[in-house]
Design a protein around this ligand. Structure first.
Ligand code: UD1
Length: 420
């Protein structure tokens, strides 16, 4: 098992290229299940979760050809299985996104109940309820969700009582091949949902309302092959910006879409950063100043992303003043806080609200990653701590960040990966 050793105190500066978005790549790869032909995806991030998804598709009979330019060619002409087994699904909750495509193409699917990040109960009831509106019958037995629609899927009206990203993606994919029209109301508007929708359209799907909370899909009998480039990862981008800001440094991110970072950039400006937005780059400069604490409330897109919450707790921990951070999307997504407290952070945690009283510097300590974004926040905390911080269970971070230590080193961080 790998761990990171971070020696804090460096001021980050330099340029980093943003990788393809994990949360766009996973549903887009799953969409290959719907296509009896060749598809090429570009800008695929090199991540453990992506490898898991490719393994899952491989088990179902999809031919996978990876090249060393970050592209993958998939061919799902001959599917061998409709089953997403426990041994793969347990490591990655997002495997649930194969449910919609399998039902669309095969009219039957068996998906193990998911595992993944331990951030609250994270049920899939809304996926099931919505797909039932498209004519799917479900039973949940032996730890598997088993869905069938013997006569094929039929379009329907879906109103999500709560916004769900992967739930919206599952219904979008199922509806693309259903008979007739589907309307999804209260759909997630995350850029990753729109990227999936754009990809499906390029493969022959009919979708209107992309980027809004109402998606209207006219089912088509079949999709065809094509090529799609995955959008950049706004959470990876935001994590590097916060790391630079916390160290009073500067950085330029290339290959990103600044408009998708609005909520994060707004908070960084509030924290005192000078931000320059370009077409496909963004720069941050703290001019050597300590950040000011900011208040954060997580919300669905275009609100402040829950996946950026932990990193901002780390920023606030060394900021001037007190910042109040409230998590509204997930229960139990504050597991980074006891770890940061071990590093001397002054934080009062009351249910889902953390009051963070900034101090000049944290103290290095051994800490443990509990989930993907929490581990990223501990690395940021390590960069602004005196002495050495050991971040254990780095496999969490490898699920969603492409060689984070190499990219941070390029910005001047003192971080190394050691095998224990
Ligand atoms: C996706 C992202 C994840 C991000 C999250 C919120 C992927 C692969 N993952 O996760 O990084 O943190 O969106 O932006 O894209 N819920 C239910 N029942 C359901 C489904 C969800 O109650 O059937 C609840 C969840 O417990 C949570 C909320 O709805 O409280 C939102 O979850 P959801 O948007 O579904 O998150 P994911 O799609 O799993």
């Amino acid at each position: 098992m790998d761990r990171f050793i971070v020696r804090g105190g460096q001021t980050l500066a330099g340029e980093v290229r943003v990788s393809g978005a994990k949360n766009a790549a996973l549903p887009i790869l799953a969409a290959a299940l719907m296509v009896p032909g060749k598809i090429r995806f570009e800008n695929l991030p090199h991540l453990n979760d992506v490898t898991t998804m490719l393994q899952l598709l491989g088990r179902m009979g999809v031919e996978v050809l990876l090249d060393d330019t970050g592209s993958v060619e998939l061919d799902a002409t001959h599917l061998a299985s409709n089953v997403a087994p426990y041994d793969l699904v347990r490591t990655m909750r997002a495997s649930i996104v194969v449910l919609g495509p399998l039902l669309a193409r095969q009219h039957a699917a068996e998906v193990s109940l998911p595992g993944g990040c331990a951030i609250g109960a994270r049920p899939v009831n809304l996926h099931i309820k919505a797909l039932e509106k498209l004519g799917v019958e479900f039973e949940v037995t032996d730890g598997y969700i088993k869905g069938r629609a013997p006569g094929g899927l039929v379009g329907g009206k879906v109103l999500f009582e709560k916004i769900t990203v992967t739930g919206t993606e599952n219904v979008l994919m199922a509806a693309a091949l259903a008979r007739g029209e589907t309307i999804i109301e209260n759909a997630a508007r995350e850029p990753e949902v729109s990227d999936l929708a754009d990809c499906l359209v390029s493969l022959g799907a009919h979708i209107e309302g992309i980027g809004t909370d109402t998606l209207c899909i006219q089912g088509v009998p079949a999709l065809h092959g094509g090529t799609h480039r995955i959008i950049p990862d706004r959470i990876e981008a935001g994590t590097f910006l916060v790391a630079a800001a916390a160290t009073r440094g500067s950085c330029t991110l290339t290959d990103c879409i600044p408009a998708q970072l609005d909520a994060t950039l707004m908070k960084l400006e509030e924290a005192g950063a000078e931000i320059t937005r370009g077409e496909d780059f963004v720069s941050l400069d703290m001019h050597g100043q300590r950040p000011r604490a900011v208040n954060i409330t997580t919300l669905e897109y275009p609100g402040f992303a829950t996946d950026m919450q932990a990193q901002f707790v780390a920023l606030n921990a060394v900021a001037e003043g007190t910042g109040i951070v409230t998590e509204t999307i997930f229960e139990n997504r504050m597991m980074h806080i006891p770890e940061m407290q071990r590093m001397g952070a002054q934080i009062d945690l009351n249910a889902a609200t953390a009051t963070v009283m900034g101090i000049e510097r944290l103290r290095g300590a051994p800490v443990m990653s509990t989930d993907l974004r929490a581990s990223a926040s501990l690395v940021v905390a390590g960069l602004v701590a005196d002495g050495e911080t050991t971040v254990d269970r780095v496999y969490h971070i490898d699920r969603g960040y492409e060689r984070i230590e190499e990219k941070l080193r390029r910005l001047g961080a003192d971080i190394e990966r050691v095998r224990v």
